[in-house]
Design a protein around this ligand. Structure first.
Ligand code: ZN
Length: 273
């Protein structure tokens, strides 16, 4: 018998949620992740073929019908998933009419997916149009990035340009820039709609005074994107808090050279060269 709990997907998922917790980015029940798996990947396991429960979703998921997602549970703590993956996460499949999910594995104490699951599904749908290899939506509460949203204008171009200039790697990792939505109440399809609109244009979106939604083709890519943005925000905050004058900066010309060297295309209109 080959059990899903022993799969590399559950292992990777458990490991990354603990790492996110360990960074201090997922206190209490903060944060949520969804990880799209293919039918081939899922079908090799013996314990995922029965529908355990069916739950309606607050979203028309028709374009995602039949897709499988490994997702964190509502109210669950990222620090615990590594010890209780079958309780605090679950494998679901979107039903053919797009109105419900079938739970195939996990949530074994009666739990269900994160309250942000509609936002995740809308995000997957948006990113799949940009890149058919899209697999991961990751939400967490990176400390320095949240702090930055109090002291920095909530302007996508200005914020992106500033974080590009905080370290050489930034523009290589997020050449498409960072989207920002207005502050909104989380956990509903309204914020999901606004966020997914931004995800059509950006691979990551800031929720001011709350956190970030990032996407990727792998767990590592989404995690690396968040790490890099958070590191840039940390450097910005350190510079601000030390109160020193900025004597030199990476220039727009140097950013252009970087982008050329690494074969990435900076968001149009964001560099003044
Ligand atoms: Zn949150």
């Amino acid at each position: 018998m080959t059990n899903f709990i022993d799969s590399p997907y559950v292992k990777e998922f458990s490991k990354i949620t603990f790492r996110l917790y360990d960074h201090g980015w997922d206190e209490r029940n903060g944060g949520n992740i969804s990880y799209r798996l293919t039918e081939e990947e899922v079908s090799q396991y013996d314990d995922v073929h029965d529908v355990l429960r069916t739950i309606p979703i607050d979203f028309d998921g028709k374009e995602l019908a039949g897709m499988f997602f490994l997702v964190t549970g509502t109210g669950r703590y990222f620090k615990n998933i590594i010890d209780f993956p079958e309780r605090d996460s679950g494998l679901v499949r979107i039903t053919e009419d797009g109105k419900s999910i079938n739970i195939l594995w996990g949530f074994n104490d009666g739990g269900k997916p994160t309250s942000e699951f509609p936002t995740h599904l809308m995000g997957h749908a948006a990113r799949l149009k940009v890149d058919p290899n899209q697999r991961v939506i990751m939400h967490c509460h990176p400390t320095n990035l949240i702090a930055l949203t109090f002291t920095f204008p909530l302007d996508e171009k200005e914020l992106t340009r500033t974080l590009w200039k905080m370290q050489t790697e930034s523009i290589v990792v997020f050449p498409d820039g960072i989207g920002i939505i207005p502050w909104m109440v989380p956990g509903n399809s309204k914020i999901g709609n606004v966020t997914s609109e931004k995800l059509k244009e950006f691979s990551s979106v800031i929720w001011p005074h709350h956190g970030i939604f990032a996407s990727g083709t792998t767990i590592d890519e989404a995690y690396g994107l968040i790490e890099t943005i958070e590191k840039a925000a940390e450097i910005y905050n350190i510079i601000r808090s030390t109160g020193g004058d900025i004597l030199q900066l990476i220039t727009d010309q140097q950013l252009t050279e970087l982008a050329q060297a690494f074969g990435v295309t900076p968001k149009e209109g964001y560099l003044e060269v």
